[in-house]
Design a protein around this ligand. Structure first.
Ligand code: DP6
Length: 358
């Protein structure tokens, strides 16, 4: 597919409005390390979530001055920091969406999860904006006429905004990055793997335990960059490739014990990479470790295949099958809430992907 479509020649675009809501996602095999223009150092695989969403409305008007202007409102308030980030992002896409230059934008976004929850919102936020831009293209040009083209371009564009965002374009289990033996996978966009999925993974739950709601300590761009000089990175990238291959098999056969061991190892390896970078950093908090130990104990006592994963932060994602929801909720309430900030837990689950806001 040609993402810089020559059909996108100048055309008058009237004022209008588009809206998309897009979910966050949680990686099972982590993307950590990149080269060039947002090319991942290894393939990754994630569950798209259901409840943790960004809702974005993009209003557009023919430019009123010489250059295109962006007003960015977050949770109802003008946000110049996000506005500037979006401006830079839009400026980098002159060839992908030539119409950007002829429009002023008013972008309004809100998250369904509390801002203080410390959930990374770049995946949901960037994917929603990418979908909105593709929606403008689809409405006014003779392009993106099939669903496949539409979502593939949205994923391509979302990746340029934030790597992990390209996986939020699709529901369920989504991969990003070339995987040996899977021709449709690409470093340029996310993909629904054409593999058999055991039903247990179709409604997996993710209860997000908020241990710390502070600002990110390290920007992901800097974190990824440190992998270039990390002495263990080559092994790590190999391991991620092996883990994806194993997980693809596990996803087909529903072997939860094996699933748990790979997912937890991925989370700890991600943090091990941060600890072994130069400069090094440590993003887990004492309560993160307390929760991990409790989960291990719970699993040993009950035999329930609940496991944890982590983003580049201290909050725990407690993954578990639908059939164990009741016991896990009891465990969270009795044993884990005490380690969270103000008893904050977000009970999310695997979701079906973004939706257009009419
Ligand atoms: C640890 O997608 O936030 O969550 O491409 O620089 O925006 P940028 O990075 P980002 O990195 C996410 C890293 C991760 C793992 C993952 O989601 O795969």
């Amino acid at each position: 597919m040609n993402f810089n479509n020559p059909k996108l020649i100048f055309k008058d675009i009237p004022s209008g409005k588009v809206g998309w809501q897009s979910p966050s996602n949680i990686a099972l095999v982590k993307y950590w390390g990149k080269t060039g223009i947002q090319i991942p150092a290894n393939p990754s695989l994630s569950f798209t979530l259901s409840k943790s969403l960004t809702k974005t409305i993009v209003e557009f008007f023919p430019v009123s001055e010489k250059t295109s202007n962006i007003d960015f409102h977050f949770e109802g308030e003008l946000n110049n920091k996000f506005g500037e980030k979006t401006r830079n992002f839009f400026d980098s896409m002159n060839e992908i969406f030539p119409f950007i230059n002829q429009l002023d934008f008013r972008i309004s976004t809100k998250n369904t999860f509390p801002h203080s929850a410390g959930i990374a919102s770049s995946a949901s936020g960037m994917s929603a904006v990418a979908l909105a831009l593709c929606e403008i293209e689809r409405r006014y040009f003779d392009t993106l006429s099939t669903e496949e083209e539409f979502f593939q371009k949205a994923s391509f564009v979302a990746r340029l905004g934030s790597g992990s965002a390209c996986r939020s374009i699709y529901g369920g289990l989504v991969s990003w990055g070339e995987i040996e033996g899977y021709e449709r996978t690409s470093n340029l966009f996310g993909c629904k793997l054409p593999v058999n999925i055991d039903p247990v993974f179709n409604n997996f739950h993710d209860s997000i335990l908020i241990v710390d709601s502070g600002q990110k300590k390290v920007s992901s761009t800097i974190g990824h960059g440190l992998m270039n000089s990390n002495p263990f990175s080559a092994e790590r990238f190999k391991q991620a490739n092996n883990n994806i291959a194993s997980l693809i098999e596990i996803i087909g056969n529903g072997d939860l014990e094996h699933f748990v061991s790979i997912v937890e190892s991925e989370a700890l390896t991600l943090h091990a990479m941060m600890m072994t970078s130069n400069p090094y950093f440590l993003l887990m908090k004492p309560n993160t470790i307390s929760i991990i130990n409790s989960i291990w104990e719970f699993r040993k006592e009950t035999g329930i295949n609940a496991c944890f994963t982590l983003d580049a932060g201290p909050n725990i994602h407690l993954l578990h099958p639908e059939e164990n929801k009741k016991e896990v909720r009891g465990f969270i309430n009795n044993e884990l809430l005490k380690y969270t900030i103000n008893n904050t837990v977000i009970h999310d689950r695997v979701g079906s992907g973004p939706e257009k806001i009419e």
